[in-house]
Design a protein around this ligand. Structure first.
Ligand code: SIN
Ligand code: FE2
Length: 221
């Protein structure tokens, strides 16, 4: 008699090659230190509300950046620029822990140039997308989760491919290298108020989740 899979059970979608989830990479003390640095970044470069190209539809996350370049999105499109779109000032420099993280986990020939700071308040999410505005497509993307847990979803290089979901907790690091660098990913939801770490940091009292995304934008050399 043929052996059948129990109904409703499918083999899990494999994670793409080059995807790394370093759970608990930053311990509680390191998270606090990093968050204090992030609070200083936000003080110098306040969150702005990005909007979708053409439609001007607001995104649900708020954003800012640190490092020589920052990613922005408005009616004119997605791009990297050296200055804050509202204050006109240069982005603040990277916290030391982030450049250290980059060299530890990527082994890439050149340093990161941009760190996007995404803030997820209550109900915020991020639709499936590929990070594709960089001219160093061989450089991994490295991200750090701080605060409330997020349901992260990753698929393949085609928008309609099957996807797999995993929870990212405070202190976790994700590396999108190799094939994963060009895979669709997004955040379906955040368990707002569960972790409470942000709310304990002066300047981040609204709570929620912060994701720091480090990227190389220009080719090395
Ligand atoms: C992103 O892909 O830009 C953000 C991912 C995350 O918030 O974990
Ligand atoms: Fe992304």
């Amino acid at each position: 008699m043929a052996v059948r899979q129990p109904p409703g059970r499918r083999a899990p979608v494999p994670l793409p090659d080059g995807f790394l989830h370093l759970a608990g990479h930053f311990d509680a003390a390191a998270q606090r230190t990093l968050l204090a640095d992030v609070a200083a970044v936000i003080d110098a470069a306040p969150f702005f509300r990005p909007t979708m190209p053409r439609t001007g539809q607001p995104l649900s996350v708020m954003m800012t950046n640190c490092g020589p370049l920052g990613w922005v999105s408005d009616r004119d499109g997605y791009r990297y620029q050296v200055d804050h779109p509202v204050t006109g000032r240069r982005w603040p420099t990277f916290p030391a822990a982030l450049t250290q993280l980059w060299s530890e986990v990527t082994g890439y020939a050149a340093g990161p140039e941009a760190c996007l700071v995404n803030w997820y308040g209550e109900g915020a999410r991020m639709g499936l997308h590929v990070d594709a505005d960089e001219h160093a497509p061989d450089a991994p993307v490295v991200s750090v989760s701080l605060g409330d847990p997020a349901l992260f979803r990753i698929g393949g290089p085609a928008r309609r491919g099957r996807t797999r979901s995993l929870w990212l907790a405070s202190g976790d690091v994700v590396v999108l290298g190799g094939g994963a660098r060009h895979c669709y990913h997004g955040v379906d939801r955040v368990r707002f108020g569960e972790n409470g770490l942000l709310a304990s940091v002066p300047g981040l009292a609204a709570g929620g989740r912060i994701n720091l995304t480090l990227r190389r934008v220009t080719p090395p050399g």
